[in-house]
Every structure is written in structure tokens, then in C-alpha cells.
Design a protein around this ligand. Structure first.
Ligand SMILES: [Ca+2]
Ligand SMILES: [Ca+2]
Length: 405
């Protein structure tokens, strides 16, 4: 067991045991004691401080002033202070009925947030006439904060999954705004397989919109009309993490079926193959051909078998972990791990993603795995360069990670 989990720093309901008091006294000292020491499988050590706990937290984002927002699946958005402690709730959040994987989802801020307060958030809504049908929705709103929380004003619907279907899984609904101010939405295939290859549905796609919800005319399938106009890439299963690297290149990971979780370099108009190809098999045991059996599909830059169940993703560009610049950090649900991935340019052998230089391609490899012992739902980089990890499920902790020693 590599995780030495001593005590939560600030859990209101925690019984004040002798250990808890000792830890609290240590935390009050000049050298802040770490709550968690963790060693990766490549031998580097991290020091973690527990900042707060949540009920099934799902997403986190930092505000320009150092405060942060955390969503909980059941429908709460918390405003946190610069030390990660709860200041209060955000009012006028969309009402959700959390079921299965669905509820409140991601929240991110617009590039002009400091002036406008604009945020984007995703959640799952039920069909008004048939509660067995559901789909993800993305809204834009204006966040107004005060010392004890805040409220969402001017909520406007930008996008929704079409069609709403039965079941409560594979919504995706992670969000990203690119440097050129386009909104990317990861949309899962809702465990319905074929919609990922069907351009009349936006399930199993990565969607690209303008920040007002309108459709960019330079989208790859623009002019086909309707849903197709909004599609950036297709053939995805359940993408629960998207970020952009220092070169502006998009990357997204997605959960594979039985085996075959993927990290993909997201390239305009490409088809990532699900459910036609995969590095895993169906849960029924039915095999799925691998990506390299059909060159019309894009190979993953990296795949995992056994799976990691990736959730949350940040490509690190801070100074606190100097050796990690350009690395991807991925949370693992079933793997109960934090996974660090490195990207590199390698001589072309057509097993990775094509790079701009025709003699090279970009490949990704797992660099280090930190066994965490709990499901990780979200990973963020703070303005201080520290890495923030949010655990899944009831009592999920927010942990700030720094290099140990
Ligand atoms: Ca986030
Ligand atoms: Ca794929």
C-alpha cells in the first residue's frame, strides 16, 4: 500500500480522535504537515494535503482570483477560497436528478471571465414527458460571487445531446474552451454504440461551438446541416477528459469497453472508430476488431488494457513540478490511481498520431502511476502550480499535491 492516508485536515463531521487532534496541531505548525505521502511506480514521491471533502464531486475549475468552483453530481456548486475551503454554495444551479453517471457535470470559465463572469456548465436532464429518457445539456451563465457563495445569472442553453435515450451512463459532457475561443464538448455514446458513427446524432462525438452556442463555419462537416455541422470528431465512446497542450493540440481520453481505454490526439474531422474498432472487446465477450484493421480510423496515441477508467485530465504547464511540463495527468476511477503520461515525437512507424513533421509522429506513454487507493474523478492544475485531485463518491477529498522532499 503506497498511500499513507493519515487524516483529513478539515472534515466537519470528523470525530476528534487523538490522531485527529495531533494532525490538527501539526497542521497549525510553521511547516505544514502532509496528510498523504505517495510514491509512484517510477519512484518519485508526492506530498498531499487534504483541503476539503465533498459529496460525489465531479468537476473543479479555478477562477482568476485564485478561488475555485467544485461541482457535486447531485446538483451543488461550491465556491472555494484560495486555500480550497468551502465559502458557500452557488444559487440558481440547474436542477438535476442524479441517477447512475448523470447529474451535475463540468464547469469551466470563459477566457474573459474576469470581466464578464461567464461560465459554461454541463448537466443531465430528463425528458419532460418520459423520465426514463435523458441527455446532457450545456449552458452558459454569468457567475456573480460574494463572500459566502454566489449565483448563476442569465442562464442560457447552448447545446444538448440528441436524442435523449434510456439508461444513465456515458454522458461524457466534459468542456474546454480553446485559445481561439471555441467551446469543445465531449459527448458520450450513452451506451448505445452505433450513434458514435451516426452523423444525425451528436452522441459519441466531440462537438465544437462558438462561445455563444452558434456553429463555427470552419467546422469540418459544416454545410451538411443540422447535427453534422457541429461535429469536430466522431467515433468516441465515453470521453471524460479533454485538454490542450502548449502547441494548441487537443487531446482527449475515453473509457474503452472491456479493455481498451484510449488517449487520443484530437484532429479535426477524424473518426476514432468506436464501436467499429477498439483495443478492447464488448462486455458480452464479443470481440471488436483493433484500430489497425481499418486505416480509415484513427489509432489511439495510447491505450490501456487492463483499463484505468480515465476521468479528469490536465496537461501540466506549471513550475512546481518542473519535470512534468507537458505531461498529461489523468485520474483513474476503477484503477484508483493518478496516472502521468508523457508525450514525445518519435520516428514515424504509423503506430502513433502523425506530427507536423512528416518523418515524426506524436506518441504517448504512461510515465508513472501513483496508486491512490480511491477512485479519482478530477485533476486540475492550480494557479500556484500545485496539482489538485478530487476523489469520487461520498466523502471525496480535495487534495493538493506538491513534490515531496
Ligand atoms: Ca476541471
Ligand atoms: Ca478509438
Amino acid at each position: 500500500m503506497l498511500v499513507h492516508d493519515r487524516t483529513p485536515a478539515r472534515t466537519p463531521t470528523r470525530t476528534r480522535t487523538a490522531i485527529g487532534i495531533a494532525a490538527a496541531l501539526m497542521l497549525a505548525g510553521p511547516a505544514l504537515a502532509a496528510d498523504i505521502d505517495i510514491e509512484g511506480d517510477a519512484g518519485t514521491r508526492l506530498s498531499g494535503t487534504v483541503l476539503e471533502t465533498f459529496d460525489a464531486p465531479w468537476a473543479m475549475t479555478f477562477l482568476p482570483d485564485g478561488k475555485a468552483l467544485v461541482t457535486e453530481k447531485a446538483g451543488t456548486v461550491w465556491l472555494l477560497d484560495g486555500d480550497g475551503a468551502k465559502l458557500g454554495e452557488i444559487a440558481n444551479v440547474p436542477e438535476v436528478q442524479a441517477q447512475g453517471q448523470g447529474g451535475l457535470g463540468d464547469i469551466i470559465v470563459a477566457p474573459d471571465f474576469a470581466e464578464t463572469g461567464t461560465v459554461f456548465l454541463s448537466f443531465v436532464e430528463r425528458d419532460a414527458d418520459d423520465g426514463t429518457l435523458s441527455g446532457a445539456v450545456v449552458e452558459r451563465a454569468t457567475l456573480v460571487t460574494d463572500v459566502t457563495g454566489g449565483t448563476l445569472e442569465n442562464r442560457t442553453r447552448l447545446w444538448e445531446q440528441v436524442p435523449k435515450v434510456t439508461g444513465n451512463g456515458h454522458y461524457g459532457h466534459r468542456l474546454l474552451v480553446s485559445a481561439d475561443e471555441r467551446l469543445f464538448i465531449t459527448s458520450g455514446e450513452r451506451q448505445k454504440f452505433s450513434p458514435a458513427q451516426n452523423m444525425s446524432s451528436n452522441l459519441g462525438k466531440i462537438v465544437r461551438l462558438n462561445l455563444d452556442g452558434s456553429v463555427p463555419e470552419d467546422n469540418p462537416f459544416f454545410g451538411n446541416g443540422g447535427i453534422a455541422d457541429t461535429v469536430w470528431t466522431l467515433g468516441h465512446r465515453n470521453p471524460l477528459g479533454i485538454d490542450v497542450d502548449a502547441d494548441g493540440q487537443l487531446w482527449a481520453h475515453e473509457m474503452g469497453p472491456k479493455g481498451g481505454d484510449e488517449l487520443n490526439r484530437i484532429v479535426r474531422s477524424e473518426n476514432y472508430g468506436y464501436p467499429e474498432v477498439s483495443e478492447g472487446s464488448h462486455y458480452s465477450g464479443e470481440p471488436i476488431p483493433s484500430h489497425d484493421t481499418d486505416l480509415s480510423f484513427e489509432n489511439p496515441a495510447l491505450s490501456w488494457n487492463p483499463v484505468i477508467s480515465p476521468a479528469g485530465f490536465v496537461i501540466y504547464d506549471g513550475d512546481t513540478f518542473a519535470d512534468w511540463q507537458g505531461n498529461g495527468l489523468i485520474g483513474g476511477l476503477s484503477s484508483q490511481a493518478l496516472i502521468r503520461v508523457r508525450f514525445e515525437q518519435a520516428p514515424l512507424d504509423n503506430t502513433g498520431a502523425p506530427a507536423d513533421d512528416e518523418t515524426l509522429e506524436t506518441v504517448a506513454a504512461e510515465a508513472e502511476r501513483y496508486s491512490w487507493g480511491k477512485r479519482i474523478r478530477e485533476v486540475e492544475q492550480g494557479p500556484d502550480g500545485a496539482v489538485y485531485v478530487l476523489e469520487d463518491q461520498a466523502g471525496g477529498r480535495l487534495v493538493r499535491l506538491e513534490p515531496a522532499g
